[in-house]
Write a protein that binds this ligand. Structure first.
Ligand code: 5GP
Length: 208
């Protein structure tokens, strides 16, 4: 069944797990897709651009968006708000695209509850906590207290990996990318509940 209804691929994992690097490896191999750009109140980091990595807004603007129901989901992570806007996601799904989300475990719960029948979720994990520490320290974009907070968060997040369809351990970038490529292709083929009946009816095309 080759349907074109759009699907969602959620990617979660601690900062430093290598989500962006893996995505960069596969982005041109997985067909028509849309990467959801989240809105956040966290300060912009060196090397980031507004509208590309995130939409950077004030807390006041973010709260207005919450009140006006603009978010599919939002969460308070590491002391800042992060949220996924509904409108571009709806648009991309209606165009049959695979929509990629880089969101935390709280966001995954909401998306899975709201759009579970078209959602596949993947937790990307560093091989160990000490490797994560090494990566975060060598990235040197964050202060030590921020790194410590991220490590504590990572310990909590790893407790919830059973909520995901797949876990990809990013020990070797190329291998992790190969696994995610396959998962992304399969995610597109997930059949939304409403299409199953339609498919069965068409499939039973013999006049009785
Ligand atoms: P960072 O500040 O390192 O870019 O992201 C911190 C965490 O926030 C990551 O775990 C990332 O997946 C999560 N995050 C980014 N955007 C969103 C979003 O729109 N919603 C939720 N729930 N989490 C997000």
């Amino acid at each position: 069944m080759n349907h074109k209804t759009g699907a969602i691929l959620v990617l979660s994992g601690p900062s430093g797990s290598g989500k962006s690097s893996i995505l960069n490896e596969i982005i041109y191999d997985i067909g028509d897709c849309y990467f959801s750009i989240s809105t956040t109140t966290r300060p912009i980091r060196e090397g980031e651009a507004d509208g590309i990595h995130y939409h950077f807004v004030s807390e006041e603007e973010f709260k207005k968006d919450i009140e006006e129901d603009h978010f599919l989901e939002y969460a308070f992570v590491h002391g800042n708000y992060y949220g996924t806007s509904i409108k571009p996601v709806k648009q991309a799904l209606s165009e049959g695209k695979l929509v990629l989300f880089d969101i935390d475990v709280q966001g995954n719960t909401v998306v899975t509850n709201r759009l579970g029948d078209i959602t596949t979720s993947v937790f990307i994990s560093p091989p160990t906590l000490s490797e994560l520490k090494r990566r975060l320290e060598s990235r040197s974009t964050d202060e030590q207290d921020v790194i410590d907070r991220r490590l504590q968060m990572a310990k909590k997040e790893i407790q919830r990996i059973s909520e995901y369809d797949f876990v990809v351990v990013n020990d070797n970038l190329e291998e992790a990318a190969n696994v995610l490529r396959v998962i992304a292709q399969a995610a597109r083929m997930k059949i939304p509940g409403n299409l199953i009946n339609e498919f069965v009816q068409k499939w039973e095309d013999i006049e009785q």
